[in-house]
Design a binder for this molecule. Structure first.
Ligand code: GLU
Length: 512
């Protein structure tokens, strides 16, 4: 029997989830679902100084909005909990002790000032095999003194004793074999007595092991930590069950120069967070994809293709299709440029492909902000949005494009009046009203040939008549096909609008 695939998304609740973090969560999810495995959400909150209230709720809400389902986590429960690191202190303490007992780690008392002094004294100082015997720790102090100092409550840390002169190999599914010399690594702090908490490195390894994680899929920024993690697995005696590492390519700025940051979003006017975020300290509000009007499916599709490709030029994928097709072989090593315009394009495509009824449902709350939406049937709204959806990228833009379906124009675009409303226009419009009155079937199909025939028969100017007609009905000379508009508005409303236009529109400029 093959081993069950278990992956984890392990964010730290230090602020809103960055869009790169969302992609990491997505790839974990796609892989887990493809392999019929489990997706764990682990909250890595061991750095109490960076904790931000609301961040954990934000993470949950963002994943839920995007349809990234969690199998085991703080909310979901599971057999390997608790899933929040600050609730696992006892567990970590046990492994700190094991490492100390086995001589794989040691206690260090160096104060920040002492460390600073050493840095000033020794060029390129690093706490490692070459310097640790010059420092204040359990390798240099008598055991009794160490014991006493700990018992008296003096603050200490536990450092990992990294053996020098070893090649450490990290096997990565995207990058292949990465080898690093252990002498470049420092004796990382694994535990701090000050808050009785492990650091990220120890907590992460202990939890991945105890939670039976089989694949560690995370951003490239964690690649430099991977050799240390490999050594920790060995030191803890878990080398045989070490997970497979997968470091995902970076998300780059739109111009490809450097890592995508929050500032790029501010500078170029696009969100870098899935949901709007209200910073509890500064009060600053950062925009989110959801509030900008993105559909979660479009965001998922867009993010999936930032670092992965299907091997051909297909671009539209549902979540299920992504689950079926995703593979690390088709993930690139190179960073992926964040092309925001492409994100808009995806949203447009999803709106276009959505049934009009569904789009109308999304639009109705927007409509209600502008008029009494309950006065219109769902079917009416659906037909209105169906006519203009090709022109918009976002649901919010539908109002500007459909407004005339919901309220008669009260003003008329000046440049169109100047061009199309001549001295004889009112009289022609009066004739048009008569023609329209005589039409029983007001569908576009039936009414259009009758009106066009009348224009021809009377040798009227097609452009002028049709545009003046449109001006009275829409308020400007834009919009979908004229006879589809009048079909939906109906005969009475169409005629009322023309009458109103005749009464209110005054010729401007050179019109005679
Ligand atoms: N807590 C780390 C983060 O915030 C997790 C890194 C990892 O997945 O190992 O990204």
């Amino acid at each position: 029997m093959t081993q069950e695939v278990r992956v984890r998304f392990a964010p730290s609740p230090t602020g809103p989830l960055h869009i790169g973090g969302v992609r990491t969560a997505l790839y974990n999810y796609l892989f887990a679902r493809q392999k019929d495995g489990k997706m764990i959400l682990r909250i890595e909150d061991t750095d109490s100084t960076r904790f931000v209230p609301g961040a954990e709720e934000y993470i949950n809400e963002a994943l839920q909005w995007l349809g990234i389902e969690i199998d085991e986590g703080v909310k979901e429960g599971g057999d390997y909990g608790p899933y929040k690191q600050s609730e696992r202190r006892d567990i970590y303490r046990r492994y700190v002790k094991q490492l100390l007992d086995d001589g794989k780690a040691y206690v260090a008392f160096d104060t920040p000032e002492q460390l600073e002094a050493k840095r000033a004294e020794i060029k390129n100082f690093q706490y490692d095999a070459s310097t640790r015997l010059l420092m204040s720790n359990s390798l240099t102090l008598p055991a009794q003194e160490v014991q006493q100092r700990i018992e008296s409550g003096e603050k200490y840390v536990v450092r990992f004793k990294i053996e020098p002169d070893r090649d450490v190999e990290v096997n990565d599914l995207i990058r292949g074999l990465v080898t690093i010399h252990s002498s470049v690594l420092d004796d990382k702090v694994l535990y701090k007595s000050a808050d009785d908490l492990p650091t990220y490195h120890l907590a992460n390894i202990v939890d991945d092991h105890l939670m039976r994680v089989t694949h560690v899929i995370r951003g490239e920024e964690w690649l430099p930590s991977a050799p240390l993690h490999v050594l920790l697995y060995e030191a803890l005696g878990w080398a045989d069950t070490m997970p497979q590492f997968v470091h995902l390519p970076l998300l780059l700025k739109p111009d490809g120069k450097g890592k995508l940051s929050k500032r790029d979003g501010d500078r170029l006017g696009f969100p870098v967070f899935p949901l709007e975020w209200h910073d509890p300290k500064s009060g600053e509000v950062s925009s989110g994809y959801r509030e900008r009007g993105y559909l979660p499916q479009a965001v998922v599709n867009f993010l999936a293709l930032l670092g992965w490709n299907p091997g051909d030029d297909r671009e539209m994928f549902t979540m299920q299709e992504l689950i079926n097709e995703f593979s690390f072989e088709h993930c690139s090593k190179k960073g992926a440029k964040f092309d925001y315009e492409k994100g808009k394009w995806f949203n447009h495509e999803y709106l276009m492909n959505m049934p009009d009824e569904q789009l109308a449902q999304l639009f109705t709350p927007v409509l209600a902000q502008h008029c009494d939406a309950s006065a219109f049937s769902a079917q009416y709204i659906a037909r209105a949005v169906g006519m203009v959806k090709g022109r918009v990228n976002f649901v919010g833009e539908l109002w500007d494009n459909t407004r005339f379906f919901f309220e008669a124009p009260t003003s008329y675009a000046e440049k169109d009046v100047r061009k199309r409303w001549k001295a004889d226009t009112p009289q022609i419009m009066r004739q048009l009203i008569e023609v329209l009155r005589g039409i029983d079937d007001f569908s576009a199909e039936a009414s259009e040939p009758i009106v066009l025939q009348w224009i021809k028969d009377h040798e009227l100017h097609m452009g002028n008549v049709m545009n003046a007609f449109r001006l009275t009905v829409v308020g400007e000379c834009k919009g979908p096909h004229m006879f589809l508009i009048t079909e939906l508005l109906g005969k009475e409303e169409t005629i009322a609008r023309i009458e109103r236009g005749i009464e209110t529109i005054q010729p401007i400029g050179d019109a005679q």
